[in-house]
Design a protein around this ligand. Sequence first.
Ligand SMILES: *Cc1c(COP(=O)(O)O)cnc(C)c1O
Length: 373
Amino acid sequence: MDPYKKKIPITRPSVSTLEIEYVNDAIQTGWGSKCYDYIHRFEKDFAGFQGNQYALATSSCTGAIHLALMALGVKEGDEVIVPDITWIASVEPVLYIGAKPVFVDVLPDTWCIDPAKVAAAITPKTKAVIVVHLYGNLVEMDAIMEIAKKYNLRVLEDAAEGWGSEYKGKKAGSIGDAGVFSFHGTKTISTGEGGMLVTNQKEVFEKAKILNDHGRDPKKGRAFWMENYGYKYKMSNLQAAMGCAQLERAVELIAKKREIFSWYKHELTSRHYMLNPEYPHTKNSYWMPTVLFDESVALDREKLFAYMKEKNIDSRPFFYPLSSLPMFNPCNNAVSYSIYERGINLPSYHDMKYEEAKYVVDTITEFVALNNN
Ligand SMILES: *Cc1c(COP(=O)(O)O)cnc(C)c1O
């Protein structure tokens, strides 16, 4: 096949006249006494969308994870259970605190953390579990919450990739003790850079808020007087303006992601691949349509990327097991170490067309045929 006429991007934010209108308004009027208006509105709307009581806007999801872990009481020397397959930002804040990440294997179908293996990894030092709704797929939250209750662990849901997904009718990120989101330019809704922390626990929210304001506690009443140092991971009013517009378009943006996925599902008919699953008790927002090849398919993924690139298609490799990175010690997580080499993320930018999805699938099929006979 000839290369596609122009490059098919993997992701890109959807910007309508609404985003432009709000950001224009924020840049012209959102100063002085109005400098927090869009931030407060974004937090309120986001909490409403999630069905959570509290929301705190941040400069990134990484910052939100750092604040959430501290607000949940994770301290130096504690162990925090994390999935071996995720973006590294899920785990770095554990290291900032001086706590120890314990890498647990994922399930072969959802690619999310395996609850039975979480239970097996608990020690007297375990304080919390970070679960990650990978590529839009859902963590088995009931099982996780049951284990957490039994062993008195805190649960942080990293829903950066799961915004808009649902588990038994509840929004991803709304079920654990706290949930976090990212609005980086690659995510389903974007503010350029940005994040959000949600919780239903007043104490967690208040703690996170003080930590995000240099340790200032408004209840202490003395200006510029701090008892403890804090951090600053704040979102700007300009970014929040874009976030408000994106959130108003939530139904449309999630529907488009689901439509793009349905095209891949329709076109990818071979039994030798699997795509993101969706079980009856879940709704997947398909942040990233991802194809996992069977072990029977001879596949050199580096060659596949090069081939896709030649054909003007932007794709991404499945995440490496984090424990395989040089800064950690390799773990015996058989599923994680088996799937990563067989997985790739496919384009799903919001303005994508059916013929582009078909072209992506035809290109993959052609590559596999060339390499398997
Ligand atoms: C994108 C992402 C993050 C980090 O988000 P930032 O806003 O870039 O800090 C964290 N966790 C997961 C699973 C992500 O995909």
